[in-house]
Design a protein around this ligand. Structure first.
Ligand code: NAP
Length: 442
């Protein structure tokens, strides 16, 4: 019997995820070898401080602060330090040395992905990053491999657990945003500085990755229109609930057909992150707490949904190990690293070209003919109304009646909707526009 080959694995970082990866590599060494066809030998773990107490008992001699030397002597490098530098330099160095690299670093991929992909292409090695989007959920490999024979038309993702937890709290308890955020921080779902999550930046980085793989074109963070959830109020949530919707922060990537002036007459991809109303019966509406899910529409497969834990040391380590075994199998089999296809060449469209349905809340005077005037104004701007509901309120002090009007439109362009809302604001019967929110899944 021929002896099994040994592949050296360098681990950069031993925090929440890295410590669990190291544990699994050691505990499950035999099973991983059987699945890979080679022994995966953890050759060292680079950290900032070798004396820090770790969540997991690991052999002390594995720890080093000399990441450069560790990387130079590895067949496979796992980068789980996070941040831009020194992670970028170390990944480039590993790729140039011919090592396959596995990373979960969405911030680095969003900022400098193309440079890293090119380095991997040039070296003919694999750069894998399943853990960078939706933690434990296998989503990038299914898009890249399982759906390689299909055409993806749309991806809708709940890819940030912090914001999903906050919006879910607001929906179930009626809490305001600030209180739900404080609860998320108390439970460890949100960081002390929650900006990257609540402003949508983390979801935008993941949207760029999802769009790039789905549409075989490299999209950068700058191509993603991004709105966070800080302006979503308890009143918005209550109104949405009343109308049969739930509000989720969605990462959306969709192919839009060649249309008129908005898309310049060519087809393109709209990549965006924003709070979105979903009908309560939509599969994504059932994603609660800090869970993640990605809903895909493909021409032949139809609708697919991937659901699971979007973060956490052990779940994320599962995704890292999957990438590691896949890269190691390739080394065992020989041949160049598998890279993404970038032959799509579809342009990124600006938010003004996106088409979606809208929910519009209006506080209007309770007078005869108001509904007809508003409906006519929508029609004049080419925005067709799907649902219009009116509720009458009486101010107990003044006894003055006003009406709350809730409108859901058919799909319309952002530009047409913005013009409609501006025109509506100019009507003398409008007291205020209480909310304008995008709707998907109707
Ligand atoms: P973490 O707990 O902060 O751990 C970071 C580790 O990297 C620590 O062990 C740290 O060393 C080491 N490190 C940082 N800078 C270093 C440097 N300059 N030189 C040497 N070592 C350095 O991070 P994490 O939560 O495990 O996340 C790791 C990566 O996975 C990030 O890119 C993150 O975005 C991604 N990710 C995380 C999750 C999750 O649930 N946590 C989910 C998906 C993706 P010391 O211990 O000595 O300080």
């Amino acid at each position: 019997m021929t002896e099994m080959r040994t592949l050296k694995v360098a681990l950069l970082g031993c925090g929440n995820v890295g410590a669990q990866v190291a544990r699994i590599l050691i505990e499950d060494a035999d099973a991983l070898a059987a699945r890979t066809g080679a022994r995966l030998q953890l050759s060292g773990i680079a950290v900032r401080n070798v004396n820090t107490r770790r969540d997991v008992e690991l052999p002390q001699e594995l720890f080093t602060t000399d990441a450069d030397t560790l990387v130079k002597d590895a067949d496979l490098v796992i980068e789980l330090m996070g941040g831009i530098e020194p992670a970028r330099t170390l990944i480039v160095s590993a790729l140039r040395n011919g090592a396959c690299v596995v990373t979960g670093n969405k911030a680095l991929l969003a900022q400098d992905g193309p440079t890293l992909y090119e380095e991997a292409d040039k070296a003919g090695v694999q750069l894998s990053y399943e853990a960078a989007v939706a933690g434990a959920i296998p989503i990038l490999r299914p898009i890249r491999d399982s759906l390689a024979g299909d055409r993806i038309t749309r991806v809708l993702g709940i890819v940030n657990g912090t914001t999903n937890f906050i919006l879910d709290q607001m929906d179930t308890t009626g809490a305001q945003f600030a209180d739900a955020l404080a609860e998320a921080q108390r439970l460890g779902y949100a960081e002390a500085d929650p900006t990257a999550d609540v402003e949508g930046h983390d979801a935008a980085a993941k949207a760029a990755i999802l769009a790039s793989l789905s549409f075989h074109t490299r999209f950068a963070l700058g191509n993603v229109h991004c709105e966070g959830i800080t302006s979503v109020s308890a009143a918005d949530i209550a109104a949405a609930k009343d109308a049969g919707f739930v509000i989720k922060l969605l990462a959306i990537a969709e192919k839009l057909p060649a249309a008129g002036a908005e898309t310049g007459g060519t087809e393109g991809v709209s990549v965006r992150v924003h709070p979105t109303l979903l009908p309560r019966e939509h599969p994504l509406a059932a994603v609660h707490g800090a869970f993640n899910a990605v809903f895909i529409e493909a021409e032949n497969a139809g609708e697919l949904m991937f659901y699971g834990r979007g973060a956490g040391g052990t779940p994320t380590a599962s995704a890292v190990l999957g990438d590691l075994v896949s890269a190691a199998r390739r080394i065992v089999l020989g041949g160049p690293g598998r890279t993404e296809t970038t032959t799509g060449h579809v342009p990124a469209l600006g938010i003004e070209s996106a088409t979606t349905s809208y929910y519009i809340g209006l506080d209007v005077a309770d007078q005869p003919g108001v509904l007809a005037r508003i409906a006519q104004l929508f029609a004049e701007h080419g925005v067709s109304i799907e649902i219009m509901r009116q509720t009458i309120h009486t101010d107990s002090a003044s006894n003055v009646e006003s009406a709350e009007l809730r409108i859901v439109t058919h799909r319309a362009s952002e530009a047409a909707l913005a013009a409609t809302v501006e025109a509506v604001k100019g009507l003398d019967v409008i007291n205020s526009v209480t909310s304008v929110l995008r709707v998907e899944g109707v």
